[in-house]
Design a protein around this ligand. Structure first.
Ligand code: FUC
Length: 825
């Protein structure tokens, strides 16, 4: 053979191998099934931030259930009750006197369980309705497949009828926010269908205008709030060959070669105070943007935009034959059959969901992200902020999706305005606050009454996201933009803190350790719960550090520093547990899903196994008492906690619990995963997806407590793998590989410069360009790794001693923008 021919042949073989590889890897990040969805929990989610679609993949009857993120019941307005300040003072006094039952009774009376007349407890997020595609002759089919390709954010359906192969390709464009459904057949003139709408809204109008089949309507009136969100959506068919007939409520397409359906939905919502937009004009504008390019270009643009985010992180944990099975079967078998790729798929699915449900300029992901087929979904599909909304955003920074965090920050800006009313009216305080729920209208008052709702801490937790975003990205202009939100939150606690019943500390009262009670009869209101103390500690530190970095508000900073000293320490109680309340009231039999006092362990970094092992041990005891199996989000949180407790095997056990099949149509505490890989509280709630995604990242990399800890909690079951693109605080982007659970390769990109402190197993050593790294001494000089010193905890009873792994800590100074390839020995 001639050398040039051999060269050509080897190039061809190489190209084929590359293509093959890509094919295999793109096949791997795929949810796929061999039957249409039998219900919503089997349908596949697509999203462009504002528009959500659930694709059932039906053959003769396709349903694509649709959402637009601003279709909420109600209209602008807050829900702050008048004249409640005196009640709050009385509840506080009763708590100081130790009359806790009476305090709870008064709280329940002042803030009834059902919304009192003239007030509301938040509005439900509502569906738009569904696009229905009816293929009359497709009753008998074979070779069925449907999938969701996470590499492209595209869903497809294919099957054969009478020797003709039909395909549908569906995506919700991240560029123009219009959905396309492209229907093809491998023979000409074979596509015939009816297109129509359905919606549970009572007064929708369906009709044909300008060759579009539209559906318009208005959101519901709930409690005292009249529904005033107007929505308008339409479908426009673009066909090749065949004919189209526009009927009154349908579009009939006959004998086409190809059909592309364009679907645009818009509302009159401008912002939480303004609903003066024109929905039909907006929908038309979206469609025009979509039509500027042909189908293929539109698809390519969508994929490019999506991959800009998605491709930043790669995770490979290996694969086996399980990956060839349909996703529903893999979930069913995960507990029995080793399937490492499902863990990677689940992790990337979490990132996919965040990209699809939380785009800059839009609304934050709610309890169901953006996917909801009901008018009255569970918990209204609102923003529950005593865990759920925060959990949605845990993967944002570490998962290299910082842009997806933006909608949450914008919501905080709104809340820092609406929350001034609750701070002023209910607490006579400056600044702003909110309770445990909000909605599109940014309500800040109590929701669900004086037990669940008596938690004035929503802002305290949510503002952590602003500070953490700054720690990851070092963006001073961002900090400047959001400084007043942090300051307003600190001001509220500055005014509200009061002496605890023992007179020793300053605490928040009344409040509750979310949704838990410490006395029979539903007594939960309390003074100085551990979570509140931890939250105020973080709020104050964030303000002190922000005002320091921006050189603002020195006198105010000094007052905050004084109050900070008077917060209670964490306490280890009689069972060796971390106390949930200021008094030692925890029960070892308590299995409550909320374990809020472990906020200090994660997401906060106040409890560190290395700095305060006695607290880590107490947190571990609390976690063991609560047990593993619970609601979806609770298990997701537990993955993160076990990661912070450096127990990879237990964290993996929780991933197995989370990935166990969820019982259909069940409500309660028995969480798991539906066939479409969405989390079951049950019912569906998206937080568990995000919580577990974050947990997997936390098992691989932690960046708090003064250092980046590589593979702090990795399970024995996943000995080999590779991750690329995880982000650590201080702007370090980490790529690493491992074999037999030992780090084998490490590359770090420093996007901000500064000292990079690394903790790793002491079985390995790191060097760079042949030079061994220096062992770290003293505190990390990198300001993004400053550790806020906590008070020495009080310990009533110690149970167990925390076993620390043997590690070594290195320091390396980095230059902004440089990439460092380490040698690992
Ligand atoms: C909190 C949780 C529930 C549920 C709801 C949306 O109230 O206690 O489990 O997740 O939010």
């Amino acid at each position: 053979m001639k050398p040039s021919f051999i060269r050509l042949l080897s190039v061809i073989i190489f190209c084929f191998a590359v293509l093959q590889c890509q094919f295999v890897s793109s096949q791997e990040l795929r949810l796929f099934y061999d039957k249409p969805a039998a219900n919503w929990n089997e349908a596949l989610p697509l999203g462009s931030g504002n528009m959500g679609a659930m694709v059932y993949g039906g053959v003769s009857a396709e349903e694509i259930q649709l959402n637009e993120e601003t279709i909420w019941a109600g209209r602008p307005g807050n829900n702050v009750p008048k004249g409640k300040y005196e009640d709050i003072v009385k509840i506080r006094k009763l708590l100081t006197e130790g009359k806790n039952k009476a305090a709870q009774a008064l709280s329940n009376e002042a803030f009834p369980r059902a919304a009192p007349k003239g007030l509301d407890y938040g509005m439900p997020y509502q569906t738009f309705g569904s696009l229905l595609l009816d293929f009359p002759d497709h009753q008998v089919f074979k070779h069925y497949q449907r999938d969701l390709d996470l590499n492209k954010a595209v869903s497809s359906v294919s099957y054969e009828v009478n020797g003709v192969t039909y395909k549908r390709e569906i995506f919700t464009s991240l560029v123009d926010h219009t959905m396309r459904v492209r229907i093809t057949a491998d023979q000409p003139n074979k596509i015939s269908l009816n297109v129509g709408w359905k919606s549970p809204h009572s007064d929708v109008k369906v009709g044909v205008a300008n060759k579009r089949l539209f559906m318009s309507g208005k959101s519901s009136t709930v409690d005292a709030k009249e529904g005033m969100v107007q929505f308008y959506g339409f479908v426009y068919p673009d066909i090749k060959g065949g004919e189209v007939k526009h009927l009154k409520r349908n579009i009939e397409i006959k004998n086409a070669n190809e059909v592309i359906l364009y679907v645009a939905i818009a509302t009159n919502f401008q912002n939480y105070q303004d609903i003066s937009g024109n929905p039909s004009r907006r929908a038309e504008l979206l469609y025009h943007k979509a039509k500027r390019v042909d189908y293929q270009n539109g698809l390519n643009k969508h994929i490019v935009q999506y991959q800009k985010f998605f491709n930043r992180v790669k995770l490979d944990l290996g694969s086996n034959d399980q990956a060839k099975k349909t996703t529903d079967i893999r979930i069913r078998e995960f507990g029995k059959k080793f399937d490492p790729q499902l863990v990677a798929l689940y992790f990337q699915f979490g990132r996919y969901l965040l990209i699809s449900s939380s785009q800059p300029g839009g609304q934050p992901a709610n309890l169901q992200g953006i996917w909801n087929d009901k008018l009255s979904p569970p918990w209204d599909s609102k923003y529950t902020v005593n865990i759920n909304t925060e959990m949605n955003y845990w993967p944002a920074e570490v998962g290299n999706l910082k842009e997806m965090h933006q909608p949450l920050f914008k919501m905080l800006k709104d809340l820092s305005v609406t929350g001034q009313e609750s701070a002023r009216e209910m607490y006579h305080a400056r600044g702003w606050n909110m309770h445990h729920n909000t909605d599109l209208w940014r309500i800040s008052g109590v929701v669900d009454g004086g037990f669940y709702g008596m938690w004035p801490m929503g802002g305290a937790w949510l503002t952590q996201h602003i500070w953490q975003h700054y720690l990851y990205n070092g963006d001073v202009s961002f900090l400047r933009e959001y400084y007043d939100v942090l300051k307003g939150c600190a001001l509220f606690y500055l005014d509200v803190l009061t002496k605890d019943p023992s007179g020793k500390w300053l605490v928040v009262s009344p409040s509750i350790s979310p949704e838990n009670s410490y006395e029979a009869g539903g007594v939960g209101v309390s003074a100085g719960t551990t979570m509140d103390n931890q939250l105020v500690f973080d709020v104050f530190h964030n303000f002190i550090r922000a005002s320091n970095d921006l050189k603002r508000d020195v006198p105010l900073r000094d007052s905050v520093i004084q109050l900070l000293k008077q917060l209670p320490p964490m306490q280890v109680g009689q069972h060796g547990q971390l106390q949930e309340w200021l008094q030692d009231l925890d029960k070892t039999t308590d299995r409550h899903r909320h374990i809020s006092h472990l906020y200090g362990l994660f997401p906060s970094g106040q409890i560190s196994p290395f700095r305060n092992p006695e607290l880590a041990q107490a947190a571990k005891n609390s976690l063991v008492y609560r047990g593993d199996k619970s609601t979806g989000w609770s298990m997701g949180w537990k993955v993160n906690w076990w990661a912070r407790l450096l127990d990879g095997n237990r964290a993996y056990k929780l991933i197995m619990d989370q990935l166990s099949p969820a019982p259909e149509e069940q409500n309660g505490q028995n969480g798991g995963t539906y066939p479409n890989l969405l989390d079951a509280h049950p019912p569906f709630q998206i937080d568990g997806n995000f919580g577990c995604t974050s947990g997997i990242a936390e098992m691989l990399l932690q960046s708090y407590d003064g250092y980046i800890y590589l593979m702090p909690a990795w399970p024995d079951e996943l000995p080999n793998g590779e991750i690329k693109g995880l982000v650590a605080r201080g702007g370090f982007i980490v790529d690493m590989s491992w074999e037999n659970k030992q780090l084998t390769a490490l590359t770090i990109k420093s996007t901000l410069g500064g000292n990079c402190r690394l903790r790793i197993s002491n079985k390995i050593a790191l060097s760079i360009n042949g030079k061994k790294l220096e062992e770290a001494k003293e505190e990390n000089p990198n300001s993004f790794y400053l550790v806020n010193t906590i008070k020495v905890p009080t310990v009533r009873a110690q149970k167990g001693i925390f076993q620390l792994p043997e590690t070594i800590v290195y320091d390396m100074n980095t230059v902004k923008g440089k990439v460092y390839r380490f040698e690992v020995q």
